[in-house]
Design a protein around this ligand. Sequence first.
Ligand SMILES: NC(=O)C1=CN([C@@H]2O[C@H](COP(=O)(O)OP(=O)(O)OC[C@H]3O[C@@H](n4cnc5c(N)ncnc54)[C@H](OP(=O)(O)O)[C@@H]3O)[C@@H](O)[C@H]2O)C=CC1
Ligand SMILES: CC(=O)[C@@H](O)[C@H](O)COP(=O)(O)O
Ligand SMILES: [Mn+2]
Length: 383
Amino acid sequence: MTRTVVVLGSTGSIGTQALEIMAPRPDAFQVVGLSAGGANVDLLVAQARAHAVPVVAVADPAAAAAVRAALPGTRVLAGADAAAELAACGADVVLNGITGSVGLLPTLAALRAGSSLALANKESLVVGGALVHAAAVRPDQIVPVDSEHSAIAQALRSGAGHEVRRLVLTASGGPFRGWSAQEVAGATPQQALAHPTWSMGPVVTVNSASLMNKGLELIEAHLLFDVPADRIAVVVHPQSVVHSMVEFVDGSTIAQASPPDMRLPIALGLAWPDRVPGAAAACDWTAATSWTFEPLDEEVFPAVGLARSAVAASATHPAVYNAANEECVAAFLDGRIGFGRIVATVADVLADHAGTPADELTLDAVLDAESWARTRAHEVLAS
Ligand SMILES: NC(=O)C1=CN([C@@H]2O[C@H](COP(=O)(O)OP(=O)(O)OC[C@H]3O[C@@H](n4cnc5c(N)ncnc54)[C@H](OP(=O)(O)O)[C@@H]3O)[C@@H](O)[C@H]2O)C=CC1
Ligand SMILES: CC(=O)[C@@H](O)[C@H](O)COP(=O)(O)O
Ligand SMILES: [Mn+2]
């Protein structure tokens, strides 16, 4: 049966790969909506034409006007709420490939509309926490696309929840693996954007370099799989072939392995629970190869430890962790601060946050915490 699919963030790394998967498989997928910020109008227009998409949502109003002019006969939604409006259309699958916590309202809208949510936008789950689960109208509605969480979801097909001892998230270690704290503090944007194994958008790439990505993923795994943070380990695996593991109570570990290629977890997210034949290449077992694993240097990379503290502190600390980081990454990429200030500032902002208990969590509390964290991050950076 053909699935109708909305792609949010269609012009980004996740979005373009999703369209690449769906284009040659019209019997399996029909693209019924695209959304983007508006920075790449020509690409968005080309995508809409290539897939004969009836509705396009664009956050930037001026870019939306340009898209409307280029696509007569196509419905164009414009403005900050456009992605959420599109996400609410009731498609079979909504792939959220937006970057940043601006993806929260579209995530909630897709779930409330009953769509299967193929979730690459980890930030929306991290910041929304229990509110995201509460928006779901049926079990298993959220299908992880993040490579580690897709790996865990696949490994969990092998055993019941009560048999799980712990989850083991793999981390590439990023471009600064093995560097001293002093060297990391002085890293340039060019160095931070040179990921050793993955080609991704700029924000997640910088987050990989600071290990903030792994901190976000620890919170994401805790929320997705309902496993306490102290039963989620992080291990550095520089080859990025083992995408994560589940350790079971009898000492067995199930790992998911494939060459680093997001088309595999994206395709599985779109077709879940089915696999898409030929989505990506498998490991080549005829060539000599080595996989290595090493502990994370938590002194040089304190971001994962900070994520654990954020989960323990209150229901809004994860939103603060993410929002402060988003502001710092933007400042770093603009050349306004050094790399070393990113995680240090997130730590300072977290320490200043009063927090909201889990039983008092509301959307307003999350949005207020985010807004406070962004302001506080700028104050810390200016001080
Ligand atoms: N890339 C990867 O391999 C992986 C990514 N992820 C996660 O997936 C998400 C997307 O990452 P990635 O594809 O790398 O990011 P990119 O920066 O490559 O793409 C981001 C996309 O979001 C769009 N966008 C930005 N703001 C808005 C908005 N307000 N409304 C609608 N769309 C918007 C951008 O549009 P425009 O072009 O107009 O700016 C673009 O299409 C992130 O959460 C990331 O952490 C997770 C695992 C792997
Ligand atoms: C491909 C993917 O899922 C990214 O989130 C990836 O995890 C980044 O790599 P590291 O954060 O492990 O460096
Ligand atoms: Mn990941």
